[in-house]
Design a protein around this ligand. Sequence first.
Ligand code: ADP
Length: 162
Amino acid sequence: MIRALYPGSFDPVTNGHIDIMERACGLVDELVVAVSHNVAKHCVFNVDERLDMIRQSTLHLPKIRVEVCSVLIADFAREQNAQVIIRGLRAVSDFEVEFKMALMNKHLNNELETVFLMTSEKYLFLNSSLIREIASFKGKVQEFVPHCVVESLRKKYNEGIS
Ligand code: ADP
């Protein structure tokens, strides 16, 4: 039984993340999406909102479980009995950060392997911060994020962010 973690902030979840989740589900028995809850890192969506959007967008993926992670990934992997970390790689610029993180996670938990999935070409330039920026200027984000996220972004930026 292979259980993998897919950690991230998912602020908010994009079609690039969903694509990685769908492809990871083809490789493992269970995929735990670990939504980071870090008080020092300010997110536009709170952790419950981020969890909710992922849950709504992954109803077609029965292998997925979505959890909050407020500890080190290496420790969370131990808690969850996960042997694998899934990460997505976009441009070369992701590589250095991911490489360091994978080595550190291996150092902290030697039983853990990081598996990288290359982005699908159409999601190469997609990241959550770009989506937030477009949405904040009332631009169209429909083709980049799940339907429920379009709605949540619209509400968030119409209400104004606290
Ligand atoms: P961000 O989208 O801001 O980089 P996350 O921390 O939520 O943020 O990313 C979680 C994981 O998803 C990371 O491994 C990241 O490289 C991957 N990821 C994010 N966007 C994409 C994308 N468009 N294609 C492939 N992987 C992605």
